[in-house]
Design a protein around this ligand. Structure first.
Ligand code: ADP
Ligand code: MG
Length: 393
């Protein structure tokens, strides 16, 4: 989605629905710096809420209907009676993130009134930047704001996760919804997915984040995600632990010979990736770009070779950044998100973002014949309720 005059979102709502919105919300996307494919085993993750977001405005309509419009490309407007919150298929699939959240509140005894909602924003969809969690959280905050009460961020994140499981059929971990709901400007979030403790981690002010979206999403993404979760569960059972979070490198080494070779690689990714997260936090605290870069590279290689969730486009972007190296200010790079397409992140010295972005675009376009979407982003604050006429940013 481009960002056509987000400040006039309320005006566009008024044109569409013939009334002013009562409420506006912003729910950011996220990138994960390190700790990939470990949230669902109770591991450590280090996401950053970013300055691109889903924005939404809404007003009750008193008509017992949900009139839902999104400005995202190719997304059809839909009218749904408030008592028909069940899952949708086909072109209406996007509604599942919205209806799923509303159904979850209803199941907890909340009243879901007829609502007109306009969704907009500048967060690419399906790029591994968690537009789904942003859409869910935006919907949740709209209902909370209009109801005059609210859930705490962890309760809301869990509710949104359940909506994604139940309605969209995606067995996601909790990282995305927590990052969207607990982000802090200038900080990454160290999340312990076992007890959901969130610790903000200040990022070195001269480390800039460049996102490069491959603009591809390979069809196998969803099925493979589910299979990776199943592999992790099978590996944990074989190792005699309740989740791979409890597997030490020693336990894995001792048992490797009697485990299926694939499960050993899956477990090795998880165990080494979880260890890389506190190491990265320490490197960031010390401003140690060399150590941070090595950890990002090791994470990418582990996801590529052991967990097998990368793809040629992601590998090409990561390798282009590694090759550019210190000359273009590169600290490190890796794929971010679930994989099979989506985006990479490159940490780069502040001031060299544009040069690096150009390098990634040219290198990638030369190989794949289309240009990736490359943009600089920064760590932004959590999802929030705003006055209806609040300017975009
Ligand atoms: P990601 O969360 O990485 O962006 P997902 O595949 O999990 O990728 O979620 C993307 C889906 O979320 C889209 O295909 C669409 O159905 C829905 N979605 C996200 N943002 C919006 C939006 N602003 N308007 C309509 N649908 C959206
Ligand atoms: Mg998602």
């Amino acid at each position: 989605m481009s960002s056509p005059a987000l400040s006039s979102l309320s005006a566009r709502f008024a044109v569409r629905f013939g009334t002013d919105p009562a409420l506006r919300v912003r729910a950011p996307g996220r990138v994960n710096l390190i700790g990939e494919h470990v949230d669902y085993v109770g591991g450590l993750v280090l996401p950053v809420a970013i300055d691109r977001a889903v924005h939404a405005v809404a007003a009750p309509n008193g008509a017992g209907l949900l009139r839902l419009v999104s400005e995202a490309p190719g997304v059809a407007a839909v009218e749904v009676p408030v008592d028909a919150l069940g899952p949708r298929a086909g072109a209406e699939h996007w509604l599942n993130y919205v209806l799923g959240v509303l159904a979850q509140y209803r199941d907890r005894g909340w009243k879901v009134p007829g609502l007109d909602i306009l969704f907009a924003g500048d967060l690419p969809l399906g790029a591994g930047l968690s537009s789904s969690a942003a859409l869910e959280t935006a919907t949740a905050l709209l209902l909370e704001g209009l109801s005059g009460r609210g859930l705490d961020p962890i309760g809301r994140a869990r509710l949104c996760q359940q909506a994604e499981h139940g309605h969209a059929g995606v067995p996601c971990g909790l990282m995305d919804q927590l990052a969207v709901g607990a982000g802090r400007a200038g900080h990454a979030l160290l999340i312990d997915c076992r007890d959901l403790r969130v610790t903000p981690v200040p990022l070195p002010p001269d480390w800039s984040i460049v996102v490069a979206d491959t603009r591809v999403k390979h069809a196998l993404a969803d099925g493979e995600y589910r299979r990776r979760r199943e592999d992790c569960e099978a590996a944990a059972r074989a190792l005699g632990v309740s989740t791979l979070r409890d597997a030490s490198p020693e336990l894995l080494a001792t048992n490797a010979a009697r485990l299926d070779e694939r499960l050993v690689r899956r477990a090795r990714h998880v165990v080494t990736e979880i260890a890389r997260v506190p190491a990265f936090v320490a490197a960031a605290a010390a401003g140690d770009a060399g150590a941070a870069g090595e950890l990002l590279r090791a994470s990418h290689l582990s996801l590529r070779d052991d967990f097998e969730v990368s793809c040629p486009e992601l590998d090409a972007l990561a390798e282009a950044a590694w090759r550019a190296g210190a000359e273009l200010g590169v600290i490190g790079a890796r794929m971010t998100g679930g994989g099979f397409g989506g985006a990479t992140i490159t940490l780069v010295r502040r001031g060299q973002e544009a040069e690096l972005a150009r390098h990634l675009e040219v290198d990638f376009a030369g190989r794949f014949g289309h240009t990736p979407l490359v943009f600089v982003t920064r760590a932004a604050g959590a999802a929030e309720i705003l006055p209806p006429d609040h300017p975009a940013k």
